[in-house]
Design a protein. Sequence first.
Length: 436
Amino acid sequence: MISNWLASALARRNIHYGWVMVGVTFLAALISAGTVGAPGVFIVPLQKEFGWSTAEISSALSIRFILFGLMAPFAAALMNRYGLRNVTLAAQLIVVSGLLASLFMTQVWQLMLLWGVVIGIGTGMTALVLGATIAARWFVARRGLVVGILTASVATGQLAFLPLLATITDHYGWRVALGLVCVVLGVAAFAVLLVMRDRPSDVGLRPFGDDGTAPLPSPPPAHAPILAAALGTLRDSSKSPAFWILFATFFVCGASTNGLVQVHLIPMCLDYGIPQVQAASLLAAMGIFDFFGTIVSGWLSDRYDNRYLLFWYYGLRGLSLIYLPFSDFTFYSLSLFAMFYGLDWIATVPPTVRLTAQRFGAERANLVFGWIFAGHQLGAGAAAFGAGLSRTIYQTYLPAFFIAGALCVIASLIVLAIARQQTQAEVKPAVKPAAA
């Protein structure tokens, strides 16, 4: 197999195959995330072609965000049972199918079905859970850095493709832009098929940074029911106050990023006379700053108290969101916002993943984080719909930005309530292995 040959070739150069997993996951997440971020470019073209209101389009995006999050814990269970490669390929097939079908939609219910339900389920089958699983299974050392790199790919992908998609949409229409997204998703799927593997043992290795000789713990039973694994984890983890604090703060994270800025910043800029391509470039700049900010956050999370990192991340994000409505929307003020906010776009993920792994164990981290990520997307869905409703009723997005900023400040305070000394796993296996 290509993966075994590649692992052997890299081992001779003292390179761990885990970094190949990071590379292919980075590519797949980057392109898949571009699918998640693309609808922000299409809001105005859809309004012009079909006459749909901002609230109607935002409703479809809210459904997608919510399903994107609610799928996360079940995606983790699917990965544990069917393997990373199979689940990732299935997710990409679902997304491409939904995008191709949406090229022919004419009714708003079709938008909600395809962009809401189908793409929400497809993108939710991997989401940030895939990166958390790669980091937990393939790495002992540098785990925070790996989470930072893979998280950066998700956030950067959601933003970096926007100028290209906006330009293609302006010149050729939104259908051609969606066709391009389908092509690059096919390229990512081919890379996943070639080199992605489930665990280090599949290529005869131990996790990166594990130099011991003791047998590795056995993976959870592959025959465990999907619903029992996911819901059992929720039942057990919900007994911990740390779970609810991380869930609540990640709800705020989703509301203040994906649901608000990613979806509504472009149409808000249009309200102030800023062209769509220029507004998309602003989001792309945020993606570039986020790429470095999130990787640095992963590096910091390996070295410092993750609670205090989250305190600063949420607090500074809240101040930047409160600042934006008071800016004059000039090139200088928007560039300042893009830099400051972009560095903090999704820097909260590495500390959150590390806190999850510390408190609930490496093998259960992806399932528990899946439920915490569900909170993230519930927040995103609420903000996507709420901001669209604000624009429809009040003809302005500003109330949504004030509320999101205030929630970030609150989140920065409650995260400090997580007990520092508590580091042992708190979740018991939801499904016990069968007796020998």
